[in-house]
Design a protein around this ligand. Structure first.
Ligand code: NAD
Length: 432
């Protein structure tokens, strides 16, 4: 099929490359000229495992083309996937400016009947706004559809190529046929393409993210309770995770969820609920409790070190989770700012996010290319991201370079008893 993907960020780039891999002719369009020039040279602007060879192979074979000319991409395509950003507005609702800009361009280039699909995460009712924006500039008949994306950063290629399910919100046979054909190659193992009404598809995406965000937040609250009452959240996690109704996934406590999706999607769904006269009280709490959780590592540092003024702290992990360089809404942003304000000297390490960190923190922190270099002269280490390379600690090496053997582990990577045996003051999340 001839496909245009508009927006080549974390989602659009993976989607475009994945669709090309299955044999479609894909034009990826973005207004960011620098990004498109880099992509034409097969330089991937983000860290995403497996993405580079996919882009290079499909670009070399001519199935994947990058352009800044959104109109031209629309002209040449039968199906257009809108995958631009939907950042939060001042009141938390999703800002649809980019989505509707693209819809206007699509309307101006509707040279034959096409299917216009929102892949971005957008509030219920957006497909109708897209339909109106396209129709304002075109008399050619067209269809709209909602096809939210569920890929996870860090496993985006794998998730897109082998989805658990595809959600397809449609209200016309043309859109249904187009999405069925587009996704057939991805669901050969039998995972479903779930067709439903457009509003249901739009709500499904937010409901999934809200459910996961709430689950993480509840686990974080259980962890905080465990600390107060002498319980171990690890045991509680295993105890409830083996209940078939609950399941094992997404039960690890930590320093609060971050990333480009959960925080903004929870806010946007809350805004939708308020506007619809059906407020989501539970979710409103999730949001504020999560913000509080991001401050837990600093509180723990204060408890062990006393005054933080003049102290040196090493941070391992800046990305909002492992396997990505994305720092949007990461706990590290809150922790770094709070520690800097308290007069702490910071030495930070992350396997992939140091470039992004330099853009955000500038020369206010010191960057360590090797993780043990960050520990030199440190009064404490705070671990914020669950990178695999952090899972094994060289106790003697760490102790020999740190000023004080203090570790605050917000990802519960180490065994408390073993850390004590090796002479560390160690605190984690929800464990004695
Ligand atoms: P992103 O910020 O990485 O990328 C968005 C891209 O859109 C940017 O490259 C930007 O230059 C481009 N863009 C903006 N306006 C444009 C325009 N008018 N025309 C062409 N290009 C334009 O965003 P993302 O993380 O890829 O997210 C995109 C959407 O997908 C959001 O709605 C997000 O909520 C949703 N989503 C994201 C993820 C994720 O893990 N990042 C997962 C599922 C869904």
């Amino acid at each position: 099929m001839n496909v245009a993907v508009v927006g080549t960020g974390y989602v659009g780039l993976v989607v475009g490359a994945g669709l090309a891999e299955m044999g479609n002719s894909v034009i990826c369009a973005d207004v960011d000229r620098g990004k498109i020039e880099r992509l034409r040279r097969n330089e991937i602007p983000i860290y995403e495992p497996g993405l580079e060879p996919l882009v290079a192979r499909n670009q070399a074979d001519g199935r994947l083309v990058f352009t800044t000319d959104v109109g031209d991409a629309v002209d040449k395509s039968d199906i257009i996937l809108i995958a631009v950003g939907t950042p939060p507005d001042e009141d938390g609702s999703a800002d649809l400016t980019h989505v509707l800009d693209v819809a206007t361009t699509i309307g101006r280039h509707m040279n034959r009947s096409k299917v216009v699909v929102t892949k971005s995460t957008v509030p219920v009712g957006t497909a109708e706004k897209v339909r109106a924006a396209v129709a304002a500039h075109s008399t050619v008949p067209f269809s709209v559809a909602s096809n939210p994306e569920f890929l996870k950063e860090g496993a985006a290629v794998e998730d897109f190529m082998k989805p658990d399910r595809i959600i397809a919100g449609v209200d016309s046979p043309e859109a249904e046929a187009a999405l069925r054909e587009l996704y057939e190659p991805f669901v050969r193992t039998g995972n479903p393409v779930l067709f439903m009404g457009i509003p249901s598809a739009e709500v499904t995406k937010y409901a999934a993210n809200a459910m996961l965000a709430a689950r993480i937040t509840l686990m974080n609250q259980f962890a905080n309770l465990c600390e107060k009452v002498g319980a171990d959240v690890n045991d509680v996690r295993r105890g409830i995770g083996t209940d078939g109704r609950i399941g094992k996934g997404f039960l690890f406590p930590g320093p609060g969820y971050g990333g480009s999706c959960f925080p903004k999607d929870v806010k946007a769904l809350c805004a939708t609920g308020r506007a619809a006269g059906s407020p989501l009280e539970v979710l409103e709490c999730v949001e504020s409790v999560n913000e509080r959780q991001k401050r837990v590592p600093v509180a723990k540092l204060r408890r062990i070190l006393g005054s933080l003024e003049g102290k040196t702290v090493a941070i391992w992990g800046l990305a909002f989770k492992a396997q990505t360089d994305d720092m949007r809404e990461a706990a590290s942003l809150v922790v770094v700012e709070e520690l800097l304000q308290a007069g702490v000297t910071l030495k930070v390490h992350d396997p992939k996010a140091l470039g992004e960190a330099r853009r955000r923190f500038g020369d206010r922190v010191t960057y360590a290319e090797q993780r043990y270099d960050a520990l030199v002269g440190a009064d404490a280490l705070a671990i914020l991201t669950e990178w695999q390379e952090y899972r094994v600690l060289d106790y003697d090496r760490a102790k020999s370079v740190m000023r004080r053997p203090v570790v605050i582990d917000a990802r519960n990577l180490y065994e408390p008893e073993r850390m004590a045996q090796h002479g560390f003051s160690y605190d984690s999340i929800g464990r004695p």
